[in-house]
Design a protein around this ligand. Structure first.
Ligand code: PEP
Length: 260
């Protein structure tokens, strides 16, 4: 069952030769680039305008579902360039208001990003829990709001929040989440967790949350991404997603590991 879940058959159209070909690949792994509060408008445009869009690169990235989470002000520009260049990229927001539209100064509601094609919302990141005192109940409200709006929550958790956060979520909500296991000590430190440790984490999360997609975040680089993709469903990448060349190297590395 698990194996079936992890594999799927899809066809890829080679436009130049006008025929369909079937390729068997491991289920696409999720790579989410969290840009945090980095990049200016022109840097975002440069990154996206130089993201490879040729057919060969597309094939090299076919085993990956690549998502970028720019700062809010750049979502519109990102959507425009992704569409114009038909890039194989999806959009995420780095947070989402627990409220709908209305008198909530400074908040960005799911309602506000309608029409931008936002697929995912990163919620409960440890930086927001720590710096903005976001609590488990508030984050649970954000999860509910994302789900109500058709945006898939990527719920960031470290060990201390596994159970406390689950206490505020219904089992139905838990089934619909992607969990990003993000050990705080690994974030931005260059000290990534050992991929092997994720097996125990997955079991623990499965016991608490039931079946969920599990991704890992914390100092992922081109050197260690392969190890993580072998034991979980994807990665959340901060620092190493900022420079396009580094990020592309990482993606090609990930693809080559998945292709064997
Ligand atoms: C993050 O903050 O979510 C993260 C994964 O950052 P980094 O890759 O820089 O450790």
């Amino acid at each position: 069952m698990l194996l079936i879940n992890y594999c799927f058959l899809f066809y890829y159209r080679f436009k130049e030769i006008h025929k369909y070909r079937f390729v068997f690949v491991v289920m696409q792994k999720l790579i989410i680039a969290n840009w945090k509060a980095n990049k200016t408008l022109s840097e975002v445009a440069h990154w996206l305008n130089n993201f490879p869009s040729d057919q060969e690169s597309r094939m090299q990235l076919a085993s990956l579902q690549i998502v970028i989470a720019p700062p809010y002000p750049f979502l519109g520009l990102a959507r425009q360039i992704i569409d114009e260049r038909q890039l194989p990229l999806q959009l995420a927001v780095q947070d989402l208001s627990a409220f709908g539209s209305g008198a909530y100064t400074g908040e960005v509601a799911a309602f506000n990003v309608q029409g931008l094609g936002v697929t995912y919302a990163i919620l409960g990141h440890s930086e927001r829990r720590r710096l903005l005192a976001e609590s488990d109940p508030l984050i649970a409200d954000k999860v509910a709001e994302a789900l109500r709006s058709g945006i898939k929550p990527v719920l960031c958790l470290d060990q201390p929040n596994f159970t406390s956060q689950a206490n505020y979520l219904t089992s139905e909500q838990m089934q619909k989440l992607i969990i990003a296991y993000e050990p705080v000590a690994a974030i931005g430190s260059g000290q990534a967790e050992e991929p092997g440790d994720l097996l125990g984490v997955r079991q623990e999360l499965q016991r608490t949350y039931g079946h969920t997609q599990l991704i890992y975040g914390g100092s992922v680089t081109a050197d260690n991404i392969g190890g993580f993709l072998k034991v979980c469903d994807g990665v959340l990448v901060g620092g190493a997603s900022l420079d396009l060349r580094d990020f592309i190297d990482m993606l090609y590395q990930a693809n080559s590991v998945l292709a064997v």
